[in-house]
Design a protein around this ligand. Structure first.
Ligand code: 2BA
Length: 108
């Protein structure tokens, strides 16, 4: 058995969860925050059989989109309040996926 941990953008979360549940898998959705942007994203936990990993990753690939975001690299500070910050374009997503071996699974 595998545990898939997938970090996706909030914009894709509803569609991904729908696709995963429609395909017959179980998923837990957690509201998370990315360390770099410090903005909300969604982390999905999905326990599946080994032979389902490729199918699940395929679903994530089809439903999660790459997007570009503008990230401030020189935000204006108290020392220079009139400075207009500089921005850099950063590509985010589709999905960041971890595949972990599950040693033991039990529901009581
Ligand atoms: P954030 O940490 O908010 O990162 C958002 C985007 O900023 C990243 O998109 C990447 O394009 C860029 N980025 C992040 N750290 C960077 C760095 N040190 N230098 C330059 N650019 C950087 P993604 O790579 O698609 O990641 C989307 C979200 O997935 C991340 O949000 C984070 O929440 C999670 N993530 C990505 N890689 C991870 C990892 N190795 N471990 C844990 N979480 C990860």
């Amino acid at each position: 058995m595998k545990l898939i941990i997938a970090i996706v953008q909030d914009l894709d979360a509803d569609a991904v969860v729908e696709a995963i549940t429609e395909a017959g898998y179980r998923v837990t959705r957690v509201a998370t925050t990315g360390g770099f942007f410090r903005q909300g994203n969604t982390t999905l936990f999905c326990g599946i059989q080994d032979d389902q990993v490729h199918h699940l990753i395929d679903l994530l690939r089809k439903t999660c989109k790459r997007r570009t975001r503008m990230m401030p690299i020189a935000p204006h500070s108290a020392e220079h309040p009139m400075t207009v910050g500089a921005y850099v374009e950063v590509t985010v997503g589709g999905a960041t996926i971890f595949v972990l071996d599950v040693k033991h699974f039990e529901q009581v």
